[in-house]
Design a protein around this ligand. Structure first.
Ligand code: CMC
Length: 429
């Protein structure tokens, strides 16, 4: 809270409201009493201008292209930290020392295995079931086999255990859904492997041939997960907070987060980008054809992987990914024809007035799919990979909401339906 106040005048009458300032000097007018004092509510569809919480997890400055986890710039984190270190940082607020990191890793290894009875549930899904549907359903199911995780007030070792269980098992759920869809036997985790290698082992090992991830592939996956680990109050994280605000348990809250992430305007964009690039490549039509479609207000078509609610200059994650995509393709001695299409599309878009005027730049999803392709992840798993990466952010936000004892989320509306009218009995209709 600051000494500053904001004055609002409605029909000649003035009302004063308090102002909050964050540690990065962002400011908010406290309108919590607006309705009780004035009878008005604020209208902000899509919540583009609404602060829904106070948070000390992630800072984003969209105008300057800044992203920091707990104060650490994403560029430095992406260069130097593993996903497990970043998860610890996001969850507990500080970088782990070697002993803390070793304990955290040991906890993850201990909880990597899915309950045997739970494994049978995978065969109940149709072979072509969307992996995001499986992930959301299975996250809720996991909690049925570990009822202690339903305790929303767990502290200390109890909370640490719940966190490790979720972060670790989400990998197995993702990998098992892929194995099931491809008709392969489930591959159990190997506790001696790192977080990323273990996931790739569960995805790609064969009964008598263990998949050993090369350092290049492991680093690339780490980077992908690190860049997705948190992003303040985006659609899925807000969803986790909204669900958690009713004091719903962590597993049901993140399961809802998975559903929110699924849509193509959010996490589903990473797969949609690849489909779009493939279509551009195979259609033989010039890029200008797709730009015109995206600009046409009578057409729903959008360039996937472009635009962002917060970043209005560049998305720092996209710059990091673009650089790494080149390096990974080179190190793996691969060429991806879609990279050429992506580069041309980006170049043309950045010169086009429509995109320039609206500050539409490549976002994280524009190059992430090319990275996932390079390391062999199948297209229908891309958004699941986003969900694995976002898990620390969801958990930390859920936790913070409870620590702040946040009120239940309950927006208002402006009603535009019929005014009162007498009920007409069925016989008279
Ligand atoms: N292609 C063409 N036009 C666009 C695009 C696009 N990708 N994105 C925004 N616009 C236009 C939009 O039509 C509008 O134009 P006008 O002012 O003339 O009506 C203007 O730009 C502002 O767009 P908006 O829809 O009001 O912006 P928003 O903040 O509500 O939506 C967005 C942000 C990311 C959903 C949107 O840019 C979009 O649909 N992008 C494509 C999907 C995508 O890449 N999503 C991944 C987002 S980043 C990862 C994540 O956090 O999920």
């Amino acid at each position: 809270m600051t000494d500053e106040t904001a004055t609002l005048t409605i029909a000649g009458k003035s009302y004063e409201f308090e102002v909050y300032t964050g540690t990065e000097n962002e400011r908010a007018i406290d309108f919590q009493k607006l309705r009780s004092q004035t009878g008005y509510i604020t209208m902000d569809q899509g919540y583009g201008n609404t602060g829904s919480c106070f948070s000390s997890i992630t800072y984003v400055d969209g105008a300057k292209g800044i992203l920091r986890y707990r104060g650490y710039p994403i560029e430095e984190i992406a260069e130097q930290a593993t996903f497990v270190e970043v998860a610890y940082l996001i969850l507990y607020g500080e970088l782990p020392d070697p002993r803390q990191l070793a304990n955290f890793r040991a906890n993850l290894a201990e909880h990597a295995q899915l309950h045997t009875s739970l494994e049978h549930h995978f065969s109940g899904f149709p072979k072509d079931a969307p992996p995001m549907a499986i992930l959301s359903a299975m996250l809720n199911l996991v909690s049925c086999f570990h009822p202690e995780v339903l305790d929303v007030h767990a502290e200390g070792p109890g909370f640490d255990r719940t966190v490790a269980l979720l972060l670790s098992k989400v990998r197995a759920i993702a990998a098992f859904s892929y194995r099931m869809a491809t008709g392969k036997p489930l591959m159990h985790p190997n506790p001696n492997l790192s977080y990323c290698s273990n996931f790739l082992h569960m995805m790609f090992s064969e009964p008598y041939r263990e998949f050993i991830a090369t350092p290049v592939v492991e680093r690339a996956l780490n980077l992908f997960l690190v860049l997705h680990a948190d992003h303040e109050q985006n659609c899925s994280t807000s969803t986790v907070r909204v669900v958690g605000s009713s004091r719903a348990n962590l597993f049901s809250s993140v399961s809802a987060g998975v559903c929110a992430l699924w849509g193509p305007l959010h996490g589903g964009a990473n797969a949609a980008v690849i489909r779009m690039l493939e279509e551009i490549k195979t259609s033989g039509k010039p890029i200008s054809h797709y730009l015109e479609m995206a600009k046409d207000k009578n057409n729903d078509y959008r360039l996937m992987g472009f635009g962002h609610r917060v970043y209005k200059n560049f998305d720092p994650r996209s710059l990091i990914l673009k650089k790494r995509v080149y390096a990974v393709l080179e190190e793996l001695q691969q060429e991806d024809p879609l990279l050429e299409v992506a580069l041309e599309l980006e170049e043309k878009t950045l010169k086009d007035d429509y995109f320039v005027e609206r500050n539409l730049y490549p976002n994280i999803d524009f190059y992430s799919g090319i990275l996932l392709r390079a390391i062999g992840i199948p297209l229908n798993m891309y958004t699941v990979m986003f969900a694995i990466g976002r898990m620390p952010g969801w958990i930390a936000n859920w936790r913070e909401l409870l620590e702040h004892n946040q009120r239940i989320s309950r927006p208002r509306q402006i009603y535009t339906g019929e005014t009162t009218r007498p009920f007409v009995p069925l016989a008279q209709r």
